[in-house]
Design a protein around this ligand. Structure first.
Ligand SMILES: Cc1cc2nc3c(=O)[nH]c(=O)nc-3n(C[C@H](O)[C@H](O)[C@H](O)COP(=O)(O)OP(=O)(O)OC[C@H]3O[C@@H](n4cnc5c(N)ncnc54)[C@H](O)[C@@H]3O)c2cc1C
Length: 416
């Protein structure tokens, strides 16, 4: 008898956890991803600010799943799902499934202003990160060659939109790059004169963290010289600057760290979605009337035991992937399936810079050096592959001791 076929779309945190959970089970598994690598998104901002190289935070999917003999990897972009025929369209081919796991993540959203993307790129892919790195480093180069003080000032102004973890991390890292790593490298300009403006529409930074940690992050950023604008939404972004509230800020670089929109999974399935496009799933993470289709991670709107929506975090996606794998194993073996999905939170963290981070572990709230050491240890340990862990750890140690950042390369379009 043919073994059930499980198709997993997306090899991010959720999809990989599901694939690992099904390794060695009595099923054939196909993992489909449009990229040939798994990306550790929490460290993307370090690529964007020249702290790490792309290969240090990405690993080939085939290599990660090499030992799982029942798992096949297909490189391709999914564009359609037929629920009645149980098929997935991947570019010009059709793949049939018995069970489908959708783990296609999210992308950034411009709240209806998609035309701002060219001027204010977001951070989701490696290409986004190397593109932002190019803009930041090029701004310093152009400022060095600028002939007017006004143009120099504009080029050395950086606006980061969004006071969530991505915005806070980006603003802190740009400030450190300017004030520490680049400080002796230019002759006409002093990189320490760079102005970094962090803009948040809400009343405080890191709104999902307890207020005392928001305030600690605020203070740490101000110590780095970051100018923080709270309660002022962005009204407009273009190639020469941004409008914040009713004030125009001329700048050379804008980074978008606000708002996310789920992948197109709800559209492919033709099912109910929430305000940011996430598929509504039950407590078993399956969609209504289709117990063979599961949605997990950033593309799913799932509730915790108290009826609150689960956040878009890597540990949520990982635990959901592992849960769906356990559920499928039980279903296929004709055993009792596990009860509803429960998320076990170990805490949340964000880093600001050298010896500055915040960590909310529920039972204890930390900031400063201890939180920074914890943040570093957790992020290194979650990277995939011993080599990446070792190399990132050595790179961080080197940067800490020498005050240098090693990946200051201007690459890609427009870099000659
Ligand atoms: C800059 C940044 C920083 C972050 N920092 C943190 C942090 O510090 N801590 C934390 O917990 N979380 C953080 N997150 C959130 C975390 O990365 C996400 O919650 C997590 O990646 C969600 O996992 P996922 O499996 O749902 O999606 P993803 O990890 O995004 O994976 C989705 C996969 O689906 C593939 N895919 C998408 N569409 C298609 C298609 N049509 N066809 C084929 N394949 C497709 C993609 O290529 C990708 O590999 C951060 C996110 C970003 C962007």
């Amino acid at each position: 008898m043919a073994r059930p076929h499980v198709v997993i779309v997306g090899a991010g945190f959720g999809g990989l956890a599901a694939a690992h959970g099904l390794a060695g089970a009595a099923v054939d598994v196909t993992v489909i991803d449009r990229r040939n690598y798994h990306l550790f998104q929490p460290l993307l901002y370090q690529v964007a600010t020249a702290g790490l190289s792309p290969a240090q935070i990405a690993s080939p999917i085939r290599a990660i799943l090499r030992k799982a003999a029942n798992v096949r990897v297909v490189l391709g972009k999914v564009s359609e799902i037929d629920k009645s025929r149980r098929t997935v369209t991947v570019e010009n081919r059709t793949v049939t499934y018995d069970y489908l796991v959708l783990a296609t993540g999210a992308r950034h959203s411009y709240f209806g202003h998609d035309d701002w993307e060219g001027a204010a790129p977001g951070l989701k892919k490696i290409d986004d990160a190397t593109g932002i790195r190019r803009r930041i480093l090029t701004a310093f180069e152009q400022a060095e060659a600028a002939t007017s003080a006004e143009e120099r000032r504009r080029l050395l102004t950086f606006v980061v939109v969004g006071g969530g973890p991505t915005g806070v991390e980006m603003a802190g890292a740009i400030a450190e790059l300017a004030r520490v790593a680049l400080r002796h490298d230019f002759r006409t300009v002093d990189p320490r004169d760079a102005r970094i403006v962090l803009v948040e529409g809400g009343p405080r930074l890191l709104a999902a963290f307890p207020a005392m940690l928001s305030h600690a992050a605020h203070r740490a950023l101000e110590e780095l010289g970051v100018e923080i604008r709270l309660g002022t939404p962005v009204g407009h972004c273009d190639a020469c600057g941004a409008t914040i509230g009713n004030q125009r800020i001329d700048c050379g670089t804008i980074v978008w760290g606000a708002g996310v929109m789920a992948s197109a999974a709800a559209h492919w399935l033709g099912v109910e979605k929430d305000r940011i496009g996430r598929v509504m799933v039950g407590r078993d993470l399956a969609i209504a009337a289709h117990p063979e289709i599961y949605c997990i991670g950033d593309t799913a709107h799932a509730l915790d035991g108290e009826g609150k929506t689960l956040p878009g975090l890597a540990p949520v996606a990982k635990q959901q992937g592992a849960y769906v794998a356990r559920r499928l194993r039980a279903l296929i073996a004709g055993k009792k399936t596990p009860g509803p999905f429960r998320y076990r939170s170990w805490g949340t963290m964000a880093t600001i810079g050298r010896r500055a981070a915040v960590a909310d572990l529920g039972w204890i709230k930390l900031h400063g050096t201890v939180a920074w050491l914890l943040w570093s240890a957790v992020h290194v340990s979650f990277l995939i592959g011993f080599r990446n862990r070792l190399v990132v750890m050595l790179d961080w140690l080197w940067s800490y001791v020498t005050f240098q950042s090693g990946a200051r390369l201007i690459t890609g379009p427009g870099s000659h």
